[in-house]
Design a protein around this ligand. Structure first.
Ligand code: SF4
Length: 145
């Protein structure tokens, strides 16, 4: 069903680069009680500033933080013309990580959620944008292997 004349809300990428237009902090990677790194989602807008990015040094900001930004669709290597293949690989290749969809300010516009539903949210917290470990499986999911 389409709403005639209504502008479509642009979808947002939940694993964006901090220098993308409209980037905002989605969350901070934190070690959970079970030893796994998971995203702790921020609830308010956190603008991306040079000062914020400097604070993560010496590691890349994308290893410590996750950013959202408007999806650039065909300008992104993961977009196949209709779908985000990164979201598809996350759902197909990663195990469920949490028992409930995390509280997340992005949900209404998130491309991963719009495409894959709650299955993306149940896997999302374990995703880091920058993969520093030499893990062939994670790299294959990220499309950098
Ligand atoms: S996949 Fe779900 S939890 Fe992750 S950013 Fe999108 S809406 Fe939030």
């Amino acid at each position: 069903m389409s709403s005639k004349g209504a502008a479509q809300t642009p979808l947002a990428c939940p694993s964006a680069q901090p220098d993308m237009a409209g980037a905002d902090v989605l969350g901070v990677m934190e070690r959970s009680e079970d030893g796994k790194l998971r995203l702790s989602y921020v609830t308010a807008p956190v603008p991306v500033t040079p000062e914020l990015l400097e604070k993560t040094g010496p590691v890349p900001p994308t290893e410590v933080l996750r950013f959202s930004a408007p999806c650039v669709e065909s300008k992104c290597q993961h977009f196949d013309g209709s779908k985000c293949q990164l979201a598809a690989r996350v759902v197909a290749g990663l195990g469920i990580d949490v028992s409930h969809a995390p509280p997340c300010k992005l949900r209404k516009t998130c491309r991963w959620h719009a495409q894959e539903g709650v299955e993306a949210c149940l896997r999302c917290p374990q995703v880091t944008t920058h993969i520093s470990v030499d893990d062939p499986h994670l790299k294959a999911v990220a499309g950098v292997g």
